[in-house]
Design a protein around this ligand. Structure first.
Ligand SMILES: [Mn+2]
Length: 365
């Protein structure tokens, strides 16, 4: 198991690579989508939140896909800093929103995804994290709810105001969209859209040597903003695995999102996915409560036992990358960095203790 750090687009630079190295990370997960673009009230030193009904920001240029040259340059600068590029996290909704909504440009948007996957293969980037969600990471609120008053995010009940036209995946994809709202899909339609997406893209991913890694729906609810969600209980993740036996059909396992789910047992679920070898990489964070009433917490103060999670992954031979997911903002002049350094240090300590231990403490997982 390897320790990594996820960096937002504006953090993909030498300073943040040095920070990652100094904290003990060996890998980087890179976000190429600028979630903060034109996003008023969405500070860049925190995870993107928007408001319960406000999108993060504006999506990128629909006509400009990431090039092989820029992907290679990114990998090279990360390797030059003594790190490895483990994954690209998230597609730009500008490039594939009609795959999510089954819109009129769906065929072109599927080709966009195939092109990006092929280019990642050419650039030697092994994993593409994605989030097959119409509303995206929406409906959350922010406040001083972490230990000692650290600012963190959470949810205060369902958010079902309909999604306006021109917003997909919590970003503005069409600023000139006519007034009105996006008609709601059904759960069956959404699963069918995923099936068609995997049917079309997985053969390309296999050929390119790229794994597609699905993040569960955050927050995990049956509906957010009137749109259905795909993976909002642990067994639905298994349904994704069962959909295609391809090793390129993998999970971006988000432990915090799993802990927010109302059904199942996260230790059993993580044991099962890891025994099947279907976890591409892991988001590690903790939470108190369950969707739609929960708070993100420091990694060592929530409901879930992070050491037990790492122990399960280790015992089942998981050899991928673990990154801290979101962390609370610590009160200082570098709130994001301090929150991340705290989480990384905690994970590094837990991994060191696991490596020293001759036998796992518990054997029921
Ligand atoms: Mn996550």
């Amino acid at each position: 198991m390897h320790l990594g750090l996820g960096l937002y687009r504006h953090m993909l630079n030498a300073e943040h690579y040095a920070f990652a190295r100094q904290a003990g990370c060996t890998h980087i997960v890179a976000h190429l989508v600028d979630y903060f673009h034109k996003g008023a009230g969405n500070p860049r030193h925190n995870q993107p939140t928007g408001g319960p009904n406000q999108p993060w920001g504006h999506a990128g240029d629909p006509e400009r896909l990431w090039t092989v040259e820029e992907l290679r340059a990114l990998r090279r600068e990360i390797e030059d800093a003594g790190l490895k590029l483990a994954a690209i996290e998230n597609l730009d909704p500008a490039h594939w929103c009609d795959v999510l909504t089954d819109g009129p440009r769906r065929a072109a948007h599927i080709e966009n995804v195939k092109t990006i996957v092929r280019r990642m293969g050419e650039a030697g980037i092994p994993v593409l994290g994605y989030n097959f969600s119409i509303a995206g990471v929406a409906g959350r609120v922010s406040g001083p709810w972490g230990r000692g008053g650290a600012v963190t995010v959470g949810m205060d009940g369902p958010v079902d105001d309909p999604l306006p036209n021109g917003v997909v995946w919590n970003m503005v994809v069409d600023p000139d969209a006519p007034p009105g709202t996006l008609p709601p899909a059904t759960h069956e339609q959404l699963w069918d859209r995923l099936r068609r997406f995997l049917d079309e893209v997985l053969p390309v991913a296999e050929e390119a040597g790229v794994r597609l890694a699905l993040h569960p729906d955050d927050p995990p609810l049956a509906f957010v903003r009137g749109q259905p969600r795909l993976v909002y209980q642990p067994w639905m993740y298994q349904r994704v695995i069962d959909m295609h036996p391809s090793p390129s059909n993998a999970l971006e396992l988000c432990v915090g999102t799993l802990a927010e789910m109302t059904e199942g047992d996260i230790y059993e679920a993580i044991g099962s996915y890891s025994r099947q070898g279907r976890i591409a990489y892991v988001h590690l964070r903790n939470v108190r409560g369950k969707a739609p009433h929960y708070r993100e917490t420091f990694i060592d103060e929530g409901d879930a036992d992070m050491v037990r999670v790492l122990e399960i992954l280790d015992r089942n031979g998981f050899d991928g990358v673990v990154i801290p997911d979101h962390a609370p903002q610590m009160t200082c002049s570098a709130p994001w960095h301090a929150g991340m350094a705290h989480a990384i240090g905690y994970i590094a300590g837990a991994l060191a203790a696991l490596r020293r231990r001759p036998e796992p403490l518990s054997s029921q997982d």
